[in-house]
Design a protein around this ligand. Structure first.
Ligand code: FE2
Length: 431
């Protein structure tokens, strides 16, 4: 007897008409629907040929800044640097209550969109560490619904900002999970390069993961990712370090990148691109042609690296749009990286689901459907027949389950038509 039996589902790996049996919050069986035709279950769901996926995971976000758009003013230039300055104006005005309220509002959006894991950077450069306290509270309140990972992020520079070294340690002592950094924002290239081993050593000492904002510029000589990959190997942190953004790789010399990719692969460095934000913030110093600025995703995948797409920002000093829809993120990534082949589009879907879960070390999640047995029954049913259609339609999340329990549902998207001699409605498919 299952607690929940989902039948007639398509899976992201291409298998169709599959059934998933869930007991005690875990996936017990994945088999063709016909094999489980007589199985008993407390609750059942006929997926009717729609896509059943692992939930969306966002490997790069800023929940302390989210939904603050317009506070205290709007970013006029649209650049990263004005965004950082604007965030600096907002910081003294922050309260724990307002931070928690905005973050929880975003968590509601996330759950509705089937986004059940978020790695959020949290600024540690305010001596009060208000944002740290607020997001630890949000993490506590969302426990069992959203896997929230906090990254200690020295937004104003680890060596550049007074007290950042001490404050980052204080944040880790309070329970922040991951060590962050921002080498390209330090005062000099040398300071940037010096910050990387300091932060990696801190992570190694404490047994923590690393996720650094790294080389978020169009400067082809911003090469801190090289130091990050080297330090990852020197300290034996293989597979435990993520380079976020890496936008300078877009502008680097091709020969240098060919050497760099091998170093990154040896370190098993994770990569998180942020397509919506990269296409918005990068290239702002260009006239024409304007660079796209996103890191070299297809080449990184070809080198064997795990690459995720993050949302980074929603309605904050850097980005005025967004709704927590990771399919929108993947859709932009697909276009910017020109990943238009069938395989490429599937990789874009993975970049916001299983690849993101791998970068976040969500070992309890389904990251490979052939190994789903025993994993947590965190699942999303999408109004799409497969990953490519899900991307095309930014598909409605029909149902969202956490540990086999339904936590959100949405009505199917459908438009009624009032046309003579045509169908009464359409769901944006041929039939
Ligand atoms: Fe970021």
């Amino acid at each position: 007897m299952f607690d929940l039996l989902i039948t007639h589902a398509n899976l992201p790996d291409g298998r169709t008409d599959m059934a998933v049996g869930i007991r005690a919050g875990r996936i017990e069986t994945v088999a063709p629907s016909a094999e489980l035709a007589s199985a008993q279950a407390v609750q059942s769901c006929d997926a009717q040929g729609q896509l059943l996926s692992a939930p969306f995971a966002d490997a790069h976000f800023h929940m302390d800044a989210t939904l603050s758009y317009g506070l205290p003013r709007v970013n006029q230039s649209g650049t990263l640097l004005e965004g950082i300055a604007l965030w600096g104006e907002l910081k003294p005005l922050l309260t724990v209550e307002a931070l928690v309220a905005r973050a929880l509002a975003y968590c509601d959006w996330a759950v509705a969109k089937g986004l059940l894991a978020i790695r959020t950077h949290v600024d540690v450069c305010d001596d009060r560490l208000l944002a740290v306290d607020a997001l630890l509270e949000v993490k506590r309140q969302m426990q069992g619904i959203i896997d929230l990972q906090l990254v200690a992020f020295p937004q104003d520079g680890y060596l550049r900002s007074a007290n950042a070294v001490a404050n980052l340690k204080r944040a880790l002592d309070k329970g922040v999970d991951v060590v962050g950094g921002i080498p390209h924002f330090e005062r000099t290239m040398a300071d940037g390069a010096a910050s990387v081993p300091m932060l990696c050593e801190l992570a190694a000492e404490r047994g923590l993961l690393v996720d650094m904002h790294c080389d978020e510029s169009d400067d082809p000589l911003s090469r801190h990712v090289e130091t990050l990959a080297f330090e990852t190997q020197r300290l034996g942190l293989h597979g435990r370090v993520v380079g976020s953004h890496l936008t300078s790789m877009h502008s680097m010399d091709n020969y240098y990148v060919s050497k760099l990719l091998a170093l990154m692969a040896e370190a098993r460095l994770g990569v998180c691109a942020n397509p919506l934000i990269n296409i918005t913030l990068q290239g702002r110093h260009d006239t024409y042609p304007k660079r796209r600025g996103m890191t070299r995703v297809p080449e990184q995948l070809a080198a064997g690296l795990t690459v995720a797409f993050g949302h980074d920002c929603v309605m904050d000093p850097w980005y005025s749009l967004g709704s927590g829809d990771m399919l929108e993120v993947a859709h932009m990534g697909l276009h910017v990286a020109q990943m238009t082949s069938q395989a490429g589009m599937r990789q874009c879907f993975e970049a916001v689901t299983t690849s993101a879960a791998k970068l976040m070390h969500l070992n309890d999640w389904v990251t490979d459907w052939s190994q789903a047995k025993g994993k947590a029954a965190h699942l999303v049913l999408l109004q799409a027949t497969g990953p490519i259609e899900a991307l095309r339609l930014r598909a409605t999340r029909l149902k969202v389950w956490r540990s086999g329990k339904l936590i959100a549902e949405s009505a199917p998207a459908q438009s009624q038509l009032h046309l003579p001699d045509r169908a009464a409605s359409t769901q944006f498919r041929l039939r």
